[in-house]
Structures are given as structure tokens and as C-alpha cells.
Design a protein around this ligand. Structure first.
Ligand code: Q9C
Ligand code: ZN
Length: 769
């Protein structure tokens, strides 16, 4: 049947999924002859065409197929020769250990990666009576020699010593040298326990003593690199366990490991550790947002497929934006992960189980439901005789992680479940991403060469990335004349095509560069740096986020000197105007605003700080981030791209540097406001930018919407307002020249006459906060 006509319908009772399981068991039994590498992907051509729907279940939305019930699963596992005897309940290891709660912020500062995460999960598993059905396990510290298979001696020494007394004075300073890392007196022990715990459960599952297992560990691991902690991760727990099985325990017969990383962030550390290792197939599905989502590295893109013997064994599914749901993940499973897993035929699956793609997560911005996680996990149980080891990575909404993990535990315990979450469609972008990934990998996994179903119902991208399409409602916009023609007909597909075609150009460029590098006489340097890694820097990130954000429009609302357009244009075009003592660098994209518009907002305007390099002595304008309906402040709004908004934000916060050596400008390599930040500022109204928390304008406010685009401004955080109130920070009237600039803005913008404008400024300067 045409699977498209099937898709909107309810689960086929016992249908596709069971077929899948049976096919699974068959192929496991029949697979015997392997070629040289033992796991050559080409094998898959002999297998049933697993990715051709409907046989391979859902073409798009989740639950065309219910997961198998208890009985089905036992039968399947028995057929596949699973450790669990027929009729016996699966033995599921559950490792929880309070000692991993010792790692916490040094001064009790709030942090999403905190000890409550483990406790919340444990409470839920207890309350649901799920924990008592599992095999209780305790943590063991990892031996250094095992950690040494993925980390440098220096790194191990740092993590071992960081909690010692000798570090008391420089612990915080050391933490600041790394990206998104904190340490306290408990960090060392927790880190060694987390790594040891995953080893412990993986060994038991590999040995068949357990059917599957869950290690509730923290700190998480998948961002940790060879020689540095990163992204809340100290040791790469999953990578250490994988190496332990492969290198230390040949007796257990684990020769091929599938690592599935469904944390919302890219598993950059894990990817690197197995990049040229064909024994480990690494699959990561994550938000990429064209390179603007943490960790903001190009190697999260789909072009990073591994190298040398490991070519084809690294798979990235990089989402283009947030709001991805069960449907998107199921599509990635059905059309990328499962067909490859089938061909790879792992001996065990290690799951980097972050739950920050869960609905309600404060960092992830996606919306996987607990049922969604259960379904994804169920689909994995068909491989490796059900030997799955889950290791916690991220996940920051306590309720979401507890519910999701509970649903997963029940799946491992063999409980029957029916998918009950609302059915959604995958995004258009999901289909495109999946196709890109398949194209990139089909040479290695022929099963991916088949055509994806067409005419599937698809959701269009979330509105915050819908580029501006001229709507005809521009009567309010004053300078429509400035609208370049080019922008009027842009659509999402266009945006993506642009990014991709440029991307392809970059690829070619880079290959050329490499070729010249390798043959030129200065290849001496390349030797010094170790082997030239052909895969690095192919994806030019600054370029990528810029080209993506250059198609997204926002209204930037100015309330200070930027209200005078010639002064604002300095941030776009560079240069300076009357009253400014230093020049602006300008934006990367120097095209003028697509529109200008005035509004008043219910926030208090005040003047604080006592001088600036640009305007000299006197306070500068801030908007109190707190809403107060008794206040009315003028804002002049410019319709600019999100790329330009970031450039303005960089300049306002002095993040652009003049690199004196070559005279080149240096600005941050990743945006402060990417698509996910637009998302979070739109729902939370304000976003205090962590990376620049000590800068003056580190707080981005969402002041509403105009023609479907967010109105954003930048001001101080509310902590600074409190300091201004207490006198810790000065309130000061603006200098003559600065206030003259604001007045010119209000007058030339036809909001007030000169007198009114002067009054507006002086009364704002005179009022107390
Ligand atoms: N704009 C894990 O989920 N965020 N780590 C930094 C910078 C760091 C997440 C934000 C997120 C790390 C294991
Ligand atoms: Zn994460």
C-alpha cells in the first residue's frame, strides 16, 4: 500500500513494529559471513530493505506502529539469543549513587546541571515502583588507566586534583579557563564515579548478567574532549566505557559498539574519540541551527562522517531549529539510524541519554514527550539482543527528565505501552536534513540510497525562522523606499538552498586549500601540528551562522542615542557622527535597515554609569527591564537582520576588537542571539546573556512583535538596576552631546518637538528609579 495514505491513521495493532522485530531476529540469526572488516556496511545490501516503508514502519509521524508488548519482546530477544531466558523478566540494572550529587557550583549559585537532577529522577522511579523492579547498583570510581584510553594524563590529573585543598584558591579561576565548566570540592569524586559507573553497568550488560541498564550519572560526559572538560562535562563517561569493553575485555566478545547520542547537544567529545575507529558507530542527533547552537562547532554538521578506517562510522543529524518533536526524532530513527544499525549489527548499544530535547527543557527548545523517548528506545531494543546501556547526559527540567527516564525504564523492564502523545508531523526541514544525511552516507550504507517517500504532510518551520516576506501591511513603515528588491521573495527553502550552496562552495575551497597545503614547502608546519586532519574546518561556522541569520529579521528597538538614525547607522556602516569621540566598526552586513518605526513601551528610561569612551562624562541610557505600566518610553525600531542585531550587540558590549597585527576586525565566532535565543527570549521576555554577563548591555528584552517579527532591545540586567537603586552603581545625567543626540532622534523622528524632547530627557534623568 501507499504508506502515505496510511500515515494519519492510528497504530496498526501489532503491525509494523512486530514485523520489524521479527525481521530483526531473522537477520541476526542468518548473519554469519562477514568480510574483512567484519562490519562492512556493504552487508546491508543483502538485508531486507529495512528503510523502505511501510515495512520499516513510520514514514513520518510517530506511532504508526505500537511498540511490541512484553511477550513480543521476550520472543524477539529469545530468537536473537538474548541473555534473558524465555519467560524471565528482563534484568535491568539501575545505578544510582548519592555521591554523584557532590559535584555542585562552588557558592551555591543556581545552575541547570545540579544535584537535584539525579534526586528528582530517583524520587520518580521510586514513586512509580519502577526502581524496586530493577537491579540496584552502586557506583565505583573508574581506574585512571581506563580513563586514559580517552583523556590525556594532564586532563586526568586536573580532574583528580581539582577538588584538593591546593586548588582552593584557583579552582574558580581554573574553571573559567574552560567552556561552561564549574568545579567544587566534590567534583573529582563525582567525575571518577560517573565514569566508573558507566563502565560498571556496561560490563554487566556485555557479560549478560543484566539485560540492559541505566546509569544515573553526573557530571555528564559527551562534551568532554581529550584534553579538556567542557559543557558541564568532566570525563567522557560513555567513551571511556566503550573503550573499556573494546580494549580491556576481549573476553566479553564486544567488537562493535553503537553509540546513540540523543542529547539535544552534539556529542563533540565522543565524536572525536572514535572518529577513525570503525568498531564504534557514533550517531548524534542534535540542534545545529546552522552552527549557532551549543557547542557552536562545525563538526556537528552532517558532513562529518569519520575518517580513515572510521569513514562512514560517524553520523550527525543536525536539526536546523528548535521545536523538534517525537515525529522528527522518529523520522531520523526510521530513515537514518535504524537502517544503519541494522547493517552495522552492534554487539551492544551505549545510549548517551540526555533528556534536554524533552518538552519543557530550558536549554533545548525541543519537545520530545516521555512517550516519544519510550518509542525511540523501543525501536533500539531490536538491536544488539536488546543490550542497551543508558548513561545520563544533559536534561535540565526536573519534571521532564524524571518522567522521560521513568518511561524509558519501563520500556527496558518490558512493560507494555501505547503511544499516547499528540501526533505531530515532522518539519519540512527534518525531511531535508534526513535526505542530506542519507546522501552523505549512502556510499557507505547502500540501504540509504532508496528514495524517501514524497508527498508526506510536513510542518513548516517555526515562525521565528520564517524570513520576512513583504506583507503589504507596510503603511506604518516610514522608509519603504529603502527596501531592496532582493528581500521581498525570500522563503525558507531559498534560505536553506543558499546556505547549502555556499556550504558546498566552502567545501570545495577547503579541499583546494588542503591540496596546496599538503604539497607546498611549508608543510613542515603541518607536520609539527600532527597529521593534517582533512575534516576540520570544512564547515566554516562564522560564515554559516552569519548566512543563516542574515535571512532572519527582527526589530531592534533603540531608546538611547541610536534613536538618531545617523548615529545608529554607525553600528551598521561604521564610522562616527557629531558628538562621538570614537568610531564604530560597523556590521558585517552594511545594508541599511529595511524599515523604521516608533513606539512607546512600558519601561522606565534612566541614565546610569558615569562616563563612556564614546560620549565622555555623564550617564548613558538604559531601559529598566521590569515592565511598569506607569512608564512610557520612546523607542525607535529598525528592521534589521539577526546577523546585524548580533553585530550591534557585539559593538555595544565592546566585543569587536581591532586586531593590530593585520588590521583585521575580530568579532566573536558565534552569535549571542541565535535562533534558540530568539525562541527563549520570546517566551521568557528577557534573556541575560551568560557569556557577557559582566557587560553593560548583556540583557536582551523582547518588547512584543511587529508584523510577525520580534521586537528586541538590549539593556542592563535587573541585577544592575538593583545596584543603581542601592547606589552601588551611579545614576548620572547624560552629557550635553549625548542628550542632544537623543533629542535629535526624537525630533527628526517626528515624535516630539525640541522642547518636549528636552523635557522628556531631563525628566527621565531626574526621576528616581
Ligand atoms: N551560550 C549538556 O547538556 N551552554 N551540556 C552554554 C552559551 C552550555 C550542555 C551557553 C550547555 C552545555 C551535557
Ligand atoms: Zn545537552
Amino acid at each position: 500500500p501507499d504508506q502515505n495514505s496510511e500515515s494519519p491513521e492510528l497504530p496498526l495493532p501489532g503491525g509494523a513494529q512486530r514485523q520489524h522485530a521479527q525481521a530483526q531476529a531473522r537477520t541476526h540469526k542468518t548473519r554469519g559471513s562477514t568480510n574483512l572488516r567484519g562490519n562492512q556496511p556493504v552487508q546491508s545490501s543483502r538485508l531486507p530493505h529495512r528503510d523502505a516503508p511501510p515495512q520499516f514502519s513510520t514514514p513520518l509521524c510517530p506511532p504508526v506502529s505500537p511498540p511490541p508488548g512484553r511477550g513480543d519482546r521476550r520472543r524477539r530477544m529469545a530468537a536473537a539469543g538474548a541473555a534473558t531466558p524465555v519467560g524471565a523478566a528482563p534484568r535491568v540494572g539501575l545505578l544510582y549513587d548519592d555521591r554523584m550529587c557532590a559535584h555542585a557550583t562552588p557558592d551555591g549559585e543556581k545552575h541547570p546541571e545540579n544535584p537535584e537532577r539525579l534526586r528528582a529522577i530517583r524520587r520518580k522511579l521510586d514513586a512509580e515502583g519502577v526502581a524496586s523492579r530493577c537491579v540496584d547498583m552502586k557506583a565505583k570510581e573508574a581506574k585512571e588507566k581506563y580513563i586514559a584510553s580517552v583523556h590525556t594524563p594532564n586532563h586526568i590529573k586536573l580532574i583528580r586534583d581539582i577538588s584538593s585543598k591546593e586548588y582552593d584558591y584557583r579552582r574558580n579561576k581554573t574553571a573559567r579557563k574552560f567552556n561552561s565548566i564549574y568545579f567544587n570540592e566534590g567534583s573529582s569524586e563525582s567525575a571518577f564515579l560517573a565514569a566508573g559507573s558507566v563502565i560498571e553497568v556496561a560490563e554487566k550488560v556485555a557479560a549478560g548478567e543484566l539485560s540492559s541498564a541505566i546509569a544515573l550519572v553526573r557530571p555528564p560526559g559527551h562534551h568532554a574532549e581529550h584534553n579538556e572538560p567542557m559543557g558541564f562535562c568532566l570525563f567522557n563517561n560513555v567513551a571511556i566505557a566503550a573503550n573499556y569493553l573494546l580494549n580491556e575485555r576481549p573476553d566479553l566478545g564486544i567488537n562493535k559498539i553503537l553509540i546513540v547520542d540523543w542529547d539535544v547537544h552534539h556529542g563533540n567529545g565522543t565524536q572525536k574519540m572514535f572518529y577513525s575507529d570503525p568498531r564504534v558507530l557514533f550517531f548524534s542527533v542534535h540542534r545545529f541551527d546552522y552552527g549557532s547552537f551549543y557547542p557552536c562547532e562545525g563538526d556537528a554538521s552532517h558532513c562529518f562522517i569519520g575518517e580513515g578506517a572510521g569513514e562512514g562510522y560517524n553520523i550527525n543529524v543536525p536539526w536546523e531549529h528548535g521545536k523538534c518533536s517525537d515525529a522528527d526524532y522518529v523520522a531520523a530513527w526510521d530513515h537514518v539510524l535504524l537502517p544503519i544499525a541494522e547493517a552495522f549489527d552492534p554487539d551492544i548499544i551505549l545510549l548517551s541519554a540526555g533528556f534536554d530535547a524533552a518538552m519543557g527543557d530550558p536549554l533545548g527548545g525541543c519537545c520530545i514527550t516521555p512517550d516519544g523517548y519510550a518509542l525511540l528506545l523501543t525501536k533500539l531494543l531490536g538491536f544488539a539482543k536488546g543490550r542497551i546501556v543508558m548513561a545520563l547526559e544533559g536534561g535540565y527540567n526536573l519534571k521532564s527528565i524524571a518522567n522521560s527516564l521513568c518511561a524509558c525504564t519501563k520500556v527496558l523492564l518490558g512493560d507494555n505501552f501505547t503511544y499516547n502523545s499528540p501526533r505531530m508531523q515532522p518539519f519540512e526541514s527534518t525531511w531535508r536534513v534526513i535526505q542530506m544525511v542519507r546522501d552523505e552516507l549512502k556510499a557507505y550504507w547502500p540501504v540509504l540510497s532508496s528514495k524517501l517517500p514524497d508527498n508526506v504532510p510536513l510542518r513548516s518551520a517555526p515562525s521565528y525562522i520564517e524570513p520576512y516576506a513583504s506583507s503589504g501591511s507596510e503603511s506604518d513603515v516610514e522608509d519603504v523606499s529603502e527596501l531592496p528588491d532582493a528581500i521581498s521573495s525570500v522563503n525558507v527553502t531559498q534560505v536553506v538552498d543558499d546556505v547549502l550552496s555556499k556550504h558546498i562552495t566552502m567545501l570545495k575551497l577547503d579541499e583546494d586549500n588542503l591540496a596546496t597545503k599538503n604539497t607546498s614547502s611549508d608543510s613542515v608546519q603541518a607536520q609539527d601540528d600532527g597529521p593534517v586532519v582533512a575534516s576540520t574546518r570544512i564547515y566554516d561556522l562564522p560564515f554559516t551562522w552569519r548566512s543563516a541569520l542574515s535571512k532572519v529579521y527582527v526589530w531592534y528597538a533603540s531608546f538611547g542615542s541610536n534613536m538618531w538614525k545617523p548615529r545608529f547607522l554607525c553600528y551598521i556602516e561604521g564610522g562616527k557622527v557629531d558628538g562621538m569621540s570614537i568610531s564604530c566598526f560597523g556590521s558585517h552586513d552594511t545594508s541599511p535597515p529595511r524599515g523604521t518605526m516608533w513606539k512607546t513601551v512600558p519601561h522606565r528610561l534612566f541614565f546610569g554609569r558615569s562616563s563612556t569612551p564614546c560620549w565622555g562624562t555623564g550617564g548613558v541610557a538604559f531601559l529598566n527591564p521590569e515592565i511598569n505600566y506607569n512608564d512610557e518610553s520612546y523607542v525607535c525600531m529598525y528592521k534589521i537582520t539577526l546577523e546585524q542585531f548580533n553585530d550591534v550587540l557585539f559593538q555595544e558590549n565592546r566585543l569587536v576588537k581591532d586586531n593590530s597585527e593585520d588590521g583585521k576586525l575580530e568579532s566573536p565566532s558565534s552569535p549571542l542571539i541565535g535562533l534558540s535565543e530568539i525562541e527563549s527570549v520570546s517566551s521568557n521576555k528577557a534573556l541575560h546573556l551568560e557569556p557577557i554577563k559582566d557587560s553593560w548591555y548583556s540583557n536582551v528584552l523582547h518588547l512584543g512583535e511587529e508584523d510577525g517579527l520580534p521586537i528586541l532591545t538590549m539593556t542592563c540586567p535587573s541585577t544592575a538596576v538593583a545596584q543603581h537603586k542601592s547606589g552601588e552603581l551611579p545614576l548620572a545625567p547624560p552629557s550635553e552631546t549625548y542628550s542632544a543626540t537623543l533629542i535629535k532622534g526624537l525630533v527628526e523622528g517626528k515624535q516630539l518637538d525640541a522642547n518636549e524632547a528636552a523635557n522628556y530627557i531631563s525628566s527621565a534623568a531626574a526621576r528616581s528609579l
